[in-house]
Design a protein around this ligand. Structure first.
Ligand code: UDP
Ligand code: MG
Length: 204
């Protein structure tokens, strides 16, 4: 199977190399072919040069470079538009989402799930403010939305090619990608993990 990994990037220069190493190690053992698609959301730091350096030495690395900061949802969408794998993994660039969970996501996909979302058990290194606003965000979202959207779940997930095609047809802007993925239907299952703190930099 061919796997695509989509990574939205904004000011992540200190995280990109370690993310690249960990992703490559894990995925090489799992997929016949793969692509790592970095989308640079007009970072102010050296993220783009690090991405260019990685792309220069590894043909599995592809990238998109934005003309200005469009935000995380649009960056993820640009990556999904370019992904050609049988399955597509969305993952943050700050290494808060452990690449080592990807084999578990793939295993559930092979068992028939078409969306496998990573659900956090624990958050380390996040402030009281961040944890509280995040908790309230998911509960409020649950109350307001007609589509059930799993709580304590970020964008870190694997999607079957068919789900990506379905979500791609939604071109609204602004958008909430994980809501659109929930909306698309298909067989969706969680995988549980303990979320680490950011490797470097701070939350945007
Ligand atoms: N990100 C982005 N554009 C932005 C802000 C963030 O592409 O304008 C990326 C960021 O580099 C990271 C992901 O989106 O890979 C999630 O951002 P962050 O870690 O700041 O969110 P949090 O985990 O704190 O919710
Ligand atoms: Mg983060």
């Amino acid at each position: 199977m061919k796997l695509s990994v989509v990574i939205p990037v904004y000011n992540e220069e200190e995280n990109l190399r370690i993310l690249y190493e960990r992703l490559s190690t894990v995925i090489k053992a799992e997929a016949d072919g793969y692509e790592l698609i970095f989308v640079d959301d007009d970072s102010r730091d050296n993220s783009l040069s690090v991405i260019r350096e990685l792309a220069g030495k590894d043909s599995n690395v592809k990238y998109v470079s934005f003309s200005r900061n469009f935000g995380h949802e649009i960056a993820s969408t640009a990556g999904l538009d370019r992904a050609s794998g049988d399955a597509v993994v969305l993952i943050d660039a700050d290494v808060q989402d452990p690449p080592e969970l990807i084999p578990e996501l793939i295993a559930k996909w092979k068992d028939g799930a078409e969306v496998v979302y990573a659900r956090r058990r624990r958050r380390s290194g996040e402030s009281f403010f961040k944890r509280t606003t995040s908790f309230l965000f998911y509960r409020l979202l649950q109350m307001l939305s007609e589509v059930p959207i799993p709580s304590d779940t970020g964008d870190f997930r694997l999607m079957d090619r068919r789900v990506v095609e379905a979500v791609r047809q939604c071109r609204e802007n602004p958008r909430f990608l994980r809501g659109l993925v929930s909306w698309a239907g298909f067989r969706q299952e969680p995988v549980y993990y303990d979320r680490d703190e950011r490797k470097g930099g701070r939350t945007k």
